[in-house]
Design a protein around this ligand. Structure first.
Ligand SMILES: [Zn+2]
Length: 256
């Protein structure tokens, strides 16, 4: 199985690459063929400055260039910044053909007007936007955390932009149902510990082709996160789709 893990964070303090090398070794041991690096997005807190955003993307660019046959990158943006800056930053990242999307974390809720600037950039450049989402039933902080319903709201306003909603383990049944009507939304399987029935439910409601494997390493282990998929009662076709084929299609990854 040629696995693609679309949700991994490098660590900014890893100046000598020792953490990255350790992560690559572990990933390969579990059959992971490619990783999408989303940036060390919480290193400077919820609301990083332009300079801090540049530092985070500098690292992603550097790692993607150094391990170009293994890493793909997502350009991290803070929607509160001016559209011109975000455009420049996206342009800087996407000079590298291994960049595959834009990543948003928790600077603002997905319904916030600022997010529209990012969606316009994504639409113009025809790139995917991956948004953090966590059920606020668990974390009561809606100003920053986006519920699956907030992602659905955004998807309904930008039907021509492809969106990945992170963390189906937190979204659970309610979240799957919230995004189900919007065919421009995919979910990733990252975050949380495996919960029996979650992946089966997502496959039943969304079909296996809108689900992407992500681990959220190094905060989460590849082993437990892969176990969510391998241990699910779904078809071999569904497992293959989730573990790599869907990401290949969505992100245009051609290398075996
Ligand atoms: Zn993450």
């Amino acid at each position: 199985m040629n696995i693609i893990d679309i949700h991994v964070h490098p660590e900014l303090e890893d100046q000598d690459y020792s953490l990255t090398e350790k992560m690559i070794g572990l990933a390969k041991r579990y059959g992971v063929k490619h990783i999408c690096l989303l940036g060390d997005v919480l290193h400077f807190g919820y609301d990083p400055s332009e300079e801090q955003i540049r530092k985070i993307n500098d690292q992603t660019i550097e790692l993607v260039e150094k391990w170009s046959d293994f890493f793909f990158g997502f350009c991290f943006l803070n929607p509160k910044h001016p559209e011109e800056f975000m455009q420049q930053e996206a342009g800087r990242c996407f000079k590298n053909k291994n960049f595959k999307g834009i990543k948003l974390e928790v600077a603002v809720n997905a319904r916030n007007k600022h997010v529209e600037k990012v969606m316009r950039i994504a639409r113009n450049m025809n790139i995917v936007v991956l948004l953090h989402s966590w059920s606020t039933e668990i974390i009561d902080n809606r100003e920053h955390q986006s519920d699956p319903e907030d992602i659905a709201y955004l998807a309904s306003h930008f039907p021509d932009v492809k969106i990945i909603m992170a963390h189906v383990t937190s979204a659970r049944e309610r979240g799957v149902l919230a995004i189900k009507p919007f065919s421009n939304v995919w979910v990733d399987t990252s975050g949380g510990q495996p919960i029996a029935g979650t992946i089966e439910y997502a496959v039943e409601k969304l079909g296996s082709e809108r689900i992407l494997f992500g681990s959220d390493a190094p905060g989460r282990d590849f082993s437990a996160q892969l176990g969510k998929i391998y241990g699910s009662n779904i078809s071999e076709y569904a497992k293959r789709s989730i573990l790599g084929e869907n990401a290949r299609k969505l992100l245009g990854i051609t290398d075996g």
